[in-house]
Design a binder for this molecule. Structure first.
Ligand code: ATP
Ligand code: MG
Length: 261
């Protein structure tokens, strides 16, 4: 139900409309920023191009991401407004399985947004939320409020999962020597290119799959996890994503009809 308009589950774009509504609700509640809505639109466009399903290149990246998170000494999952609107429960569940800390880090930081996002995460079972009262450290080379981080979280993290992240911040975290895992539908974004591991998929599909893989890989030994990471090549995965989109579009352009109705 959206402003008294019911979206019928049979609507061809039902899932996509529900996601939009979650963001609009977050916007009305004051923790999603307008820039977050624009970013989502950019993501949706790329989701159309990959066919709105998890492709093989994303599955490869998910395996490598889980291996990296399980091997990490101090894994941290960074949360912003869009992530809190779309997948708060999944963030908490994944963090629990891999033993990661959860930290709120916002480009447009206000104490009100931080408090609201922390409340959502706690409502979804988070025992500890960093970046609320303890964002006392700063990371170099960032000029927005995102440079404020928790000394127990991102500052000391060796592996950081940054879903829906901005390019500047990804680059700054890389320069600090951290392994950065991004979830980003746009394989051309600076984030996608700067991250060590880029999951080119919608966060609403990627996180549940990450939870599934984390449960499976958790019982494996470190050598096995290391072998997954060693055989992973992010550059090749991004090229695969671009080729996948190109071939898909070519196929669509060659088939008899592209219209839906
Ligand atoms: P960059 O700064 O990395 O060059 P940008 O400025 O276009 O990219 P930002 O707003 O900084 O984008 O980051 C948001 C990114 O998140 C975008 O690349 C967008 O494609 C992606 N995105 C938005 N919604 C989703 C989603 N639901 N799942 C996955 N990715 C998404
Ligand atoms: Mg950006």
């Amino acid at each position: 139900m959206v402003d008294n308009v019911e979206i019928p589950p049979t609507h061809p774009r039902y899932k996509s409309l529900i996601i939009r509504e979650k963001l609009v609700e977050g916007f009305k509640a004051g923790y999603v920023v307008p820039q977050g809505l624009i970013a989502h639109g950019r993501g949706e466009c790329f989701d159309y191009l990959i066919g709105e399903e998890t492709a093989p290149f994303a599955k490869k990246a998910i395996d490598a991401a889980i291996a990296a998170l399980l091997l990490a000494k101090h894994p941290v999952i960074s949360v912003n407004g869009n992530v809190a609107a779309l997948t708060p429960g999944e963030v908490v569940e994944l963090a629990n399985i891999i033993g990661a800390r959860v930290e709120i880090n916002l480009f447009y930081r206000t104490e009100d947004r931080v408090r609201k996002i922390a409340e959502i995460l706690r409502k979804h079972g988070a025992q500890e939320v960093l970046g609320v009262d303890d964002a006392t450290a700063t990371i170099p080379e960032l000029y927005s409020e995102r440079r404020r981080v928790s000394p127990k979280g991102i500052l000391v993290a060796d592996v950081v999962l940054v879903p829906l992240e901005d390019g500047d911040r990804t680059e700054a975290l890389r320069k600090m020597g951290k392994t950065v895992i991004a979830i980003d539908l746009n394989p051309f974004s600076r984030t996608a290119r700067a991250a060590n591991i880029t999951i080119v998929d919608n966060i609403v599909r990627a996180l549940p799959l990450m939870i599934e893989r984390a449960k499976e890989l958790k019982s494996k030994n470190r050598e096995y996890l290391r072998s997954i990471l060693d055989s992973y090549n992010n550059d090749a995965v991004l090229k695969e994503a671009i080729r996948y989109i190109a071939e898909r579009l070519l196929k669509l352009s060659e088939c008899g009809r592209v219209t839906l109705y």
